[in-house]
Design a binder for this molecule. Structure first.
Ligand code: ADP
Ligand code: MG
Length: 395
């Protein structure tokens, strides 16, 4: 069973106490890593392009104790996540099958395995996970889990790995052991986030810069609208978009769509079929919008980026075709009731939208969104504010 809801992280004493109750002794330490929101730059990561996520004040915390043997004992407070045990020496990602209730353990086990592959001698360990990052909402509960575990195990093993090395490790665990072909954005945001900052990341070379968001100074709140829908074609849709992008790059004679700019679009329209062209046009414009969002933030502040968020949403809806009725409704309603800009965020076909809302209008926007969904007989979305917060750290 796939867990659907997280429990609150609770206080650090609560988690340490729960660990002690479960394993019969105190943990060696607690490590925490955040989920993330992608402010702008969607599907640009695997096109070696630009993204601008920020780490949020929703976090995953792990309590961990090293063992003297090679066993891994993994537990989570998560509904439906069964405890799992492995031996580090016999762990084989190709034959990894802990059953549906144990599937979640691929994330922590994957991190341990990838650390071992990187030459780090990981001890056996006991692990208890607790999180308030909603799962499958596009806020990357998976990267939060990977980065918390990577930080913990690297420290317990005495390995000197920096934040970007830990982020890469988390991504390799997700790609190679979980089997999800994700880019590096989520793990970089979770490792490198800083209070009130976004992480401007170049997915080609991994270079990054923290960009102050100044939401408080601008009197703005970033509201997440979790539609709680997950359309069945999300996985197929993601794979199809990646394939279109690869085809577009090949036909245009470049290594990645990152190498095209707006001046290339006339030629692209001539060479490519209509659908591939629209996919390419989204990526080219989206990279440009990320760079312009950073310029705007630095020159005029967060109040000036609304139109860029709106344009990003239209491009995902019309050109990349990864939005859905619920996301369009959330975005449209938020804008109509006071948001200065809004867009779907994450992979698409469900999940969450974000809206930048003047602080005084947040209640009105939330009401309007709930009402719009209920009027159409749709499930009530979750709405909550997120703040740009610190990246992974030991508590
Ligand atoms: P998201 O958009 O939230 O990252 P993913 O499908 O990539 O969605 O990752 C969600 C999966 O990560 C869950 O199904 C579960 O296997 C694992 N996961 C995330 N948080 C936890 C947790 N607190 N405890 C156990 N497993 C978790
Ligand atoms: Mg994920």
């Amino acid at each position: 069973m796939t867990p659907t809801r997280t429990h609150g992280t609770g206080g650090t004493e609560t988690l340490a106490g729960a660990f002690a109750a479960h394993f019969g002794h105190a943990p060696d330490g607690l490590w925490q890593a955040p989920g993330r929101v992608n402010l702008i730059g969607e599907h640009t990561d695997y096109n070696e392009g630009l993204v601008l996520p920020f780490a949020i004040d929703r976090t995953t915390t792990v309590a961990v104790a090293a063992r003297s043997d090679r066993r891994m004992l993994l537990t989570s407070t998560f509904t439906g996540a069964a405890p799992v045990e492995f031996d580090l020496d016999t762990l084989d990602p190709d034959a990894f099958d802990p059953g549906p209730a144990g599937a979640w353990s691929a994330y922590p086990a994957g991190v341990a395995w990838e650390l071992g592959r990187a030459g780090v001698s990981v001890p056996g360990f006991e692990l208890l996970v607790s999180s308030d990052v909603p799962v499958g909402a596009g806020l990357s509960s998976s990267a939060a889990l990977e980065c918390a575990v990577a930080s913990a195990l690297a420290e317990l093993a005495g390995a000197e790995l920096n934040a970007t090395e830990l982020a890469d490790l988390g991504r390799r665990a997700e790609n190679n052991v979980v089997g999800a072909p994700t880019g590096i954005m989520d793990q970089y945001a979770s490792m490198l986030g800083a209070e009130d900052c976004a992480v401007y990341l170049d997915c080609r070379d991994g270079s990054f810069r923290r960009v102050p968001l100044g939401l408080d100074e601008s009197g703005l709140v970033c509201l997440v609208i979790d539609t709680k829908v997950a359309h069945a074609h999300a996985h197929g849709g993601y794979a199809a978009r990646r394939a279109s992008c690869a085809r577009g790059a090949e036909l245009m004679g470049v290594n990645a769509l990152r190498d095209l700019d707006t001046n290339d679009l006339a030629r692209a329209e001539h060479i490519l079929d209509g659908e591939t062209f629209r996919r390419v046009r989204h990526i080219v414009h989206e990279n440009d919008r990320v760079a312009r969002t950073v310029d705007m933030l630095e020159s005029r502040g967060a109040a000036a980026i609304g139109a860029l968020l709106d344009a990003s949403h239209r491009s995902m809806r019309d050109d990349f075709e990864i939005s859905c009725a619920e996301l369009d409704l959330a975005v449209h309603t938020a804008r109509a009731s006071g948001a200065i800009g809004a867009r779907m965020t994450g992979g698409g076909f469900g999940g969450s939208a974000i809206a930048l809302v003047p602080e005084a209008d947040t209640g009105r926007v939330e009401d309007a969104v709930w009402r719009a969904f209920s009027d159409r007989g749709l499930r009530t979305p979750d709405t909550f504010a997120v703040r740009p917060a610190a990246g992974a750290h030991r508590l």
